[in-house]
Design a protein around this ligand. Structure first.
Ligand code: HEC
Ligand code: HEC
Ligand code: HEC
Ligand code: HEC
Ligand code: HEC
Length: 282
């Protein structure tokens, strides 16, 4: 997979003085302000500095992109639009000879995103949506947006967005098949985190849950209700196993608390007896 970080690495040497300056500023600022800076994301490349100062549709993408999961993971303008983030001016930065491809056309969008999200792209292309690419089907940005791409969730499947091109019925079938499993994954995650905070060894459970969660979140793009139902049922069965291990942990902990309580009561009783005995002999 070609990641944003790989493509951004060449940008570093040329920006070293800028980085040193930034580091100086960061060290001089109080901790809270530093948190704000870190959240601003990757290095400022020329695309961002120039477009950030443009009005209207040329500048708007910058503010939107800053709020995206991509900005936080080092995926920047040139990762989708091509071009040279080290270019000295607009001509160099947006030179087709340096890979600049401008605004992708509708039918090109899945390939642009699929550069990194290969599995999702393949599922999408094989689905009814992918087959209708260019003839009324949605592309990745219809559902996820182009610049303000955020973490995906079932909230993306809703009546307003999914009834634009067809009835909501079939969208609802998929959502209904996923919503129960989604809830189970979330509550198992919360229980595991709580035990972890208490110091319990939950590493294996955590790994198991992580891979189940990933398996679950790859189901949507096929648009295949039967497959979603079948796989969700399998995942539910795995989750039930995790749940019974969690119940076991909480039983042991309660037991330990009772035993601990008895020990403390015993010690107090002994202290009291000692005190009384001491009094009688004094
Ligand atoms: C010095 C300023 C400057 C720099 C640097 C620059 N751009 Fe641009 N960009 C512009 C201007 C002005 C336009 C509109 C005129 C044109 O197309 O040349 C534009 C157009 C675009 C468009 C097409 C918009 C449309 O509606 O057709 C995209 C996409 C784009 N730039 C992306 C990038 C990327 C990616 C980079 C960095 C690799 C970059 N730009 C660097 C100023 C800049
Ligand atoms: C994750 C991929 C991705 C990233 C990152 C990205 N863009 Fe885009 N951008 C797109 C796509 C896709 C379109 C075409 C959108 C459409 O058809 O809805 C687009 C459209 C544009 C346009 C044309 C907008 C218009 O309304 O005409 C400009 C300008 C632009 N991008 C600039 C940028 C700049 C500057 C950055 C960096 C801050 C950036 N993009 C980052 C995917 C991306
Ligand atoms: C250069 C590689 C790259 C490109 C191109 C790219 N992405 Fe991403 N995308 C990433 C990375 C890296 C993440 C963060 C992964 C993580 O932390 O889980 C991400 C995260 C996402 C997420 C959130 C995933 C989640 O866990 O919920 C969505 C949705 C997404 N991208 C959609 C898109 C769309 C739509 C496009 C095209 C417009 C696109 N991506 C283009 C690399 C890319
Ligand atoms: C019809 C709407 C729709 C289209 C089209 C669509 N997605 Fe999604 N996508 C979703 C929904 C809904 C989810 C959340 C599913 C879940 O929570 O399990 C999602 C989840 C994701 C995720 C996070 C889960 C994972 O498997 O990593 C990524 C990344 C992603 N989509 C990228 C893309 C890309 C790239 C395309 C185009 C090739 C695309 N999506 C097309 C609706 C869509
Ligand atoms: C831009 C238009 C558009 C949007 C928005 C859209 N769809 Fe579709 N959808 C289509 C087209 C076109 C087809 C294929 C032709 C048909 O079956 O109507 C389709 C087919 C489907 C199918 C049927 C697959 C099958 O096997 O029969 C499902 C399920 C579906 N869409 C779910 C969704 C969900 C969920 C959303 C919202 C996240 C959504 N769609 C948003 C255009 C759209």
């Amino acid at each position: 997979m070609k990641t944003g970080r790989d493509t951004m690495r060449p940008a570093l040497p040329g920006m070293m003085p800028g980085l040193l300056l930034m580091a100086g500023v960061l060290l001089a600022t109080p901790p809270l302000a530093r948190v704000g800076c870190a959240a601003a994301g990757p290095v400022e490349i020329v695309c961002i500095t120039c477009h950030g100062g443009q009005a209207g549709h040329l500048g708007a993408p910058v503010a939107l992109w800053r709020q995206s999961v991509h900005a936080g993971n080092g995926v920047a303008c040139n990762d989708c639009h091509g071009g040279d983030p080290n270019g000295k001016n607009a001509e160099e930065a947006m030179d087709p000879a340096r890979g600049f491809r401008g605004v992708p056309k509708e039918i090109e969008i899945p390939a642009v995103c699929g550069n990194c999200h290969v599995g999702v792209m393949n599922d999408y292309l094989a689905s009814e949506h992918g087959k209708a690419l260019g003839s009324g089907g949605p592309t990745c940005v219809t559902c996820h947006g182009n610049h303000k791409v955020v973490r995906a969730s079932l909230d993306l499947i809703n009546e307003k967005d999914c009834s634009r091109c067809h009835s909501y019925d079939r969208a609802k079938l998929i959502r209904d098949a996923m919503v129960r499993t989604e809830g189970l994954i979330v509550s198992a995650g919360e229980a595991v985190t709580a035990f972890k905070d208490e110091g319990a060894d939950v590493e294996r459970l955590e790994k198991g849950l992580f891979s189940l969660r990933n398996r679950f979140h790859t189901l949507f793009h096929d648009q295949d209700v039967e497959k979603v139902r079948r796989e969700s049922a399998r995942i539910d069965a795995e989750l039930a196993k995790i749940d019974s291990v969690l119940k076991g942990i909480s039983e042991t902990r309660r037991h330990r608390k009772v035993v601990g309580g008895v020990a403390v009561a015993g010690a107090l009783l002994a202290a009291l007896l000692f005190h009384l005995l001491k009094k009688t002999y004094d």
